[in-house]
Design a protein around this ligand. Sequence first.
Ligand SMILES: *[C@@H]1O[C@H](CO)[C@@H](O)[C@H](O)[C@H]1NC(C)=O
Ligand SMILES: *[C@@H]1O[C@H](CO)[C@@H](O)[C@H](O)[C@H]1NC(C)=O
Ligand SMILES: *[C@@H]1O[C@H](CO)[C@@H](O)[C@H](O)[C@H]1NC(C)=O
Ligand SMILES: *[C@@H]1O[C@H](CO)[C@@H](O)[C@H](O)[C@H]1NC(C)=O
Ligand SMILES: *[C@@H]1O[C@H](CO)[C@@H](O)[C@H](O)[C@H]1NC(C)=O
Length: 308
Amino acid sequence: MLCNGSLEMCLFFFVAWVLYASQVAAVLDIKVPDGALVAQYGKDVVLNCSFSASSAVNISDLSIIWQLADTKKIVHRFVLGQDDLGSQSESFVGRTQLFPGRMSTGDVSLLLQNVQIEDEGVFTCFASYEDYGSASLQLLVGASYSKPHIMAKPASNLRPGDEVTMTCLSHGGYPEAVVLWLDGRGNNLTTLSSTSQVANEKGLFMVHSVLRVSVEANSSYTCRVKNEALGEETHSSFNITGPQVTFPPVALWVTISLAVCLVGLLIALAYVCRKKIAESCKEGPPAAEEAQEVEEDETKTAMKPLNS
Ligand SMILES: *[C@@H]1O[C@H](CO)[C@@H](O)[C@H](O)[C@H]1NC(C)=O
Ligand SMILES: *[C@@H]1O[C@H](CO)[C@@H](O)[C@H](O)[C@H]1NC(C)=O
Ligand SMILES: *[C@@H]1O[C@H](CO)[C@@H](O)[C@H](O)[C@H]1NC(C)=O
Ligand SMILES: *[C@@H]1O[C@H](CO)[C@@H](O)[C@H](O)[C@H]1NC(C)=O
Ligand SMILES: *[C@@H]1O[C@H](CO)[C@@H](O)[C@H](O)[C@H]1NC(C)=O
């Protein structure tokens, strides 16, 4: 045997054999797209794979296997001109299709429908036609995040300097989002926030980010949720406008002073009025006294004859 020496020797021969075998056997030059393929969650994607055929391919002589690189699960199998789906992995049942119309040109691409998060991974395309060969491609999955919803606590009667907790919620995305908080002037407030992302049973993330700030008048707080895999961004702002920030201190003092002035004025007015009323009352009694005197005089006069 070649391999009765050391373990290293064995390993060396094994590696050499693999390299040799792959060069000899892989004469079917299989082409797949360069770089990772990004598919939208829930949509369909075509995993391109082809070999160059010198003449029209006789499909009866063609076999294709699409397989997951790590688990070796069968995604789709086509043997000598016919689908052979007995060994297909359960998670792909009813979601895969080859393109028989294109096979005669060596196109063995796979249509994968209703892409799921767990489809993410490396797919290997094997083709056998006279010779055989294989190539692998990476599938990434992206799902769009919903427009964030911002809740503030407390939400009303805010005064400048009040501590406010803002919560930004966005859901249904994949992969994990990059969350940023900015104020109206573009300042980065992200370090003041804390973000958690939890996946649901479908693998889609729910973003929950909390920002604590002391608010300023006429300010706005924006929560940005970025999906870098899809090159997407969605955002919402919470605006704190003039009327919402009630009574800035200056206005409050102006209002109080005005109120004090008004009350003072009213008191003064009331005093003056009372005095005036009192004066007019004093003018009344003298007339009455005169009348009484006249009456008394008359009585006296009336009594005079009796006296005399
Ligand atoms: C896949 O193949 C189709 C048809 O040949 C082509 O239109 C498309 O651009 C290819 N896609 C990629 C990602 O290479
Ligand atoms: C295709 O191959 C099958 C089986 O090898 C053979 O019977 C058939 O005649 C071939 N068809 C053509 C068009 O060459
Ligand atoms: C904001 O700050 C965060 C963390 O401090 C950083 O990762 C991010 O790149 C910054 N973004 C911008 C737009 O300045
Ligand atoms: C906040 O203001 C921005 C720009 O001024 C505007 O685009 C956004 O719709 C406002 N948001 C709310 C909730 O009013
Ligand atoms: C806030 O905005 C309102 C209306 O745009 C403006 O009248 C007010 O002066 C602003 N207040 C501050 C403190 O900037």
